[in-house]
Design a protein around this ligand. Structure first.
Ligand code: PEP
Ligand code: MG
Length: 766
């Protein structure tokens, strides 16, 4: 067997272990066997005592497990951890750091190889192999150890974070008798929410199916039987339809599928799990996943491939179960915390707005579109909580701390009361901000700063008007496209757009043409790419599909008839020829509408600057367009080369990175030079501190989520334009993002605006 296969097997076995202890045991055993050595031990760093504790061993005295420990300055194990690099010794006993641990019985062993277990820069422990002979482990052995340690680090870190490899256990602190367990992600939308979890899953995605207790077990068994019967029928039909076109061995595959659905095989396992109280979908997930794991570990390539068949079969059954369930009305508690593997705008509508208290997404980050929408709705949301065992927490009580990005499962009373106080404070602050609605967004020395809003849903418009918005700087037209089953017709689009234009008239409404791709998918127009943010996105898609683009701009213009408050904006522009091509189509649509007898004023057309290439061509674009709007969310991801949707690099996504600030200042200066109105509609404009900098840079309009508009207005009304210029000058000299954050925070606090900065949170020094 190749080393690679062996490695994969070990990692899979460890990942499916019942708990951390057995995972470590499997690890030690398999590594010792594979390396044909005498000892393999695992030391993990205890975060409380900061000592490396022996947690598993094959070869040393097992009684020492959990008892023997070393500080980072003790022994060779401590050295491996402290230096974060492997140490390979012919004879450990001659090393100056050697520390003889009597209870382990290690005196017999000479050769020593220790490699650190590191996850996200943090040393979690040390993996050690030892041998009696005096000899050096060779290079390939060292390489194997480094590789396996790197792969296991993620599994072990996850296990430590969740309290267990198997998320069945220890989701909350109460079960393990420890303080409330918390899981960390990144802030999607700030605020605090306390409520009960409801998990929603993507259709036909087994991995995101939650567990749910059932009371009527017989009814659940019946539901399963119906789904299985439907799948059997479906497979037989496909097999029949393809009978003449398939070779015999391919036809045999369908027979295999049907056999798998036999009562004695998979189905009876699923039935057993239902009888233990789980609903059919959860039982199906467990059984399918465990078989998929078994097959993927097989040595035989043919058998390994069968894992895909089982997964496919599982998906088919799930599909039938979900179709059956969709007819039933789901009940949501008064304070629902919506949890999803991948939160999408279409899911928001599942829960009545007044019952939706908070949201949690396992994937995604703070600038994912789901997070942006959550902010505009003012719903505390945490993204990228990768360790949360989301399929196991249906019905649990949680606190969503949308300031620090933490989720507490089954919190105790003291924590509940501390967060309850923050909630009350938030309500009082919101009530105070309501009074600002009629007041102008003007600095203390009379500089006025137009505050517009970003919208996507009709509900956003009403909320924005209540908050005193002066225009719409970005209407994300893809949102109404995303919550449907097929492309809306011209008439349907006219209706949707007209509502935005009418409600806001005579104020300006800036409609962005369809910006799909990246993390915005239409269920009926899938785009599958390796690198979606560098792929077919925004204007690149619509220029390739004039039939979609023309219908959309026609609908926008027809919707504006008699109102004349429309502006059209093009997303993801990189080159002048894209703008020329889009303008030609807008002209064509306008000409046709005039010929058809509509009395429409031609709308101003602008572009978004969100790709670095566009930053340096403002002079060239100027003669073609009427206005410029900066999409700082994308501009930041492209300038910093950080995927805005990837939780693993969320910490690197820095809106206040000096390069981002310099690009934003350059754009404002260039726009002024070519005499074009320049606005910004990225999330930075929604941040009170960021808004002050953007005002000082010379932006003509700040467009933000409606929820933050009162906060930004309060910040602007509390500072003089002169002081904002001085703040900008100071910040532009700084080279560290954290320093910039601190300066903005201090500027708000000096003006008595502590309510605009993050509150002090329980258990955390801010
Ligand atoms: C942006 O990129 O800043 C922007 C406003 O567009 P979106 O967030 O919809 O990509
Ligand atoms: Mg964008």
């Amino acid at each position: 067997m190749s080393v690679l296969t062996r490695l994969r097997q070990i990692v899979q076995e460890v990942a499916s272990a019942a708990d951390l202890e057995s995972a470590l045991e499997i690890c030690a055993e398999r590594i010792r066997d594979t390396m044909k050595t005498e000892v393999c031990s695992i030391y993990l760093l205890d975060s409380n005592t900061q000592r490396y504790v022996l947690r598993a061993t094959e070869g040393l005295n097992k009684d020492a497990i959990g008892k023997v420990s070393l500080s980072p300055t003790e022994g060779i194990v401590g050295q491996v951890g402290t230096r974060s690099e492997p140490i390979n010794l012919e004879d450990a006993s001659t090393h100056p750091a050697f520390l003889y641990l009597k209870s382990t019985g290690e005196e017999r062993y000479h050769a020593f190889l220790g490699v650190p277990i590191i996850h996200q820069r943090k040393v979690f422990g040390v993996l050690v192999v030892q041998q009696r002979d005096v000899r050096r482990f060779d290079e390939s052995e060292e390489a194997f150890m480094v590789t396996i340690s790197a792969q296991l680090a993620g599994v072990i870190a996850h296990a430590e974070a969740t309290g267990s490899i198997n998320p069945d256990k220890n989701v909350s602190g109460e079960q393990s008798g420890r303080p409330a367990r918390h899981f960390t992600g990144v802030v999607g939308s700030p605020g605090v929410a306390i409520g009960e979890v409801r998990v929603v899953s993507l259709t036909a995605d087994l991995g995101s199916v939650p567990d749910k207790d059932v009371e009527d077990i017989d009814a659940e068994l019946e539901t399963l039987d119906q789904a299985i019967a439907a799948v059997r029928e479906e497979i037989s039909e496909i097999a029949e339809a393809l009978a003449t076109r398939l070779r015999t061995e391919e036809q045999a595959l369908f027979q295999v599928y049907l056999r798998m659905l036999d009562d004695n095989a998979l189905v009876s396992e699923i039935r057993e799990r239902i009888k233990l109280g789980n609903w059919a979908q959860g039982a199906l997930r467990d059984v399918i996943q465990s078989h998929v794991r078994e097959f993927s570990m097989m040595e035989d390539a043919y058998l390994r491939e069968r894992a895909a068949d089982i997964r496919d079969l599982g998906r088919r059954v799930l599909n039938c179960l979900q179709e059956g369930a969709s007819g039933k009305q789901q009940e949501y508690p008064a304070n629902t915390i919506l949890v999803a593997d991948e939160l999408s705008p279409a899911m928001f509508g599942l829960v009545p707005e007044e019952q939706l208290a908070g949201m949690i997404s396992i994937s995604g980050s703070g600038t994912s579109h789901a997070a942006i929408l959550a902010r505009s709705m003012g719903i505390p949301t945490i993204m990228g909580v990768v360790d949360l065992p989301h399929t196991r927490i249906e019905g649990r009580h949680v606190i969503v701390d949308g300031y620090s990005g933490r989720v507490f499962v089954d919190p105790k009373d003291d924590l509940l009361s501390a967060y309850g106080d923050i909630l009350k404070e938030e309500l009082a602050i919101a009530a105070g901000l309501d009074k600002l609605k009629e007041l102008p967004a003007e600095t203390t020395d009379g500089h006025s700063m137009p505050l517009w809003v970003n919208t996507g849903l009709t509900a956003d418009v009403e909320r924005s008007l209540e908050r005193g918005a002066e225009g719409i700087g970005l209407y994300r037209t893809e949102i109404p496209f995303m919550i449907r089953d097929f492309f809306p017709s011209e008439h349907e689009q006219i209706e949707t757009y007209r509502r935005q234009l009418e409600l806001f008239a005579p104020r300006t409404v800036t409609m962005r043409t369809l910006d799909i791709g990246g993390d915005k998918a239409l269920p009926y127009f899938p785009i599958e790419e390796e690198n979606p943010f560098l792929g077919w996105r925004g204007i690149r898609v619509t220029l390739d599909h004039p039939e979609i683009f023309l219908v959309q701009v026609r609908a926008m213009m027809r919707a504006s008839e008699g109102l004349n408050n429309l502006r059209i904006m093009l997303p993801m522009v990189t080159s002048v020829h894209e703008v020329e091509a889009a303008l030609a189509q807008i002209d064509q649509a306008y000409r046709e509408l005039c010929e058809e007898g509509f009395d429409i004023r031609k709308p101003p057309v602008g572009i978004m600057i969100e790709v670095p290439a566009a930053v340096y061509q403002i002079g060239r674009f100027a003669s073609l367009i009427d206005f410029i709007s900066v999409g700082s969310n994308d501009l930041t991801q492209y300038l910093l080369a950080v995927d805005r949707n990837n939780p693993r690099v969320a910490g690197l996504y820095a809106s206040y990175h000096p390069s981002v600030l310099h690009a934003l200042q350059h754009i404002a200066q260039e726009a002024q030079r070519v005499n074009k109105q320049v606005s910004i509609c990225g999330e930075m404009a929604s941040d009170p501190g960021g808004a002050l900098l953007l005002m000082a840079m010379g932006y003509d309009v700040l467009s933000m989520n409606s929820n933050n508009l009162p906060k930004v207005k309060l910040a602007i009304r509390s500072i003089s334009y002169k002081d904002s210029l001085a703040l900008l000058e100071r910040v532009m000299r700084m080279s560290d993002t954290a320093e910039i954050h601190a300066a903005l925070r201090a500027a708000l606090q000096e003006r008595g605006l502590t309510q605009l900065t993050r509150p002090d949170l329980p258990g955390e020094k801010v």
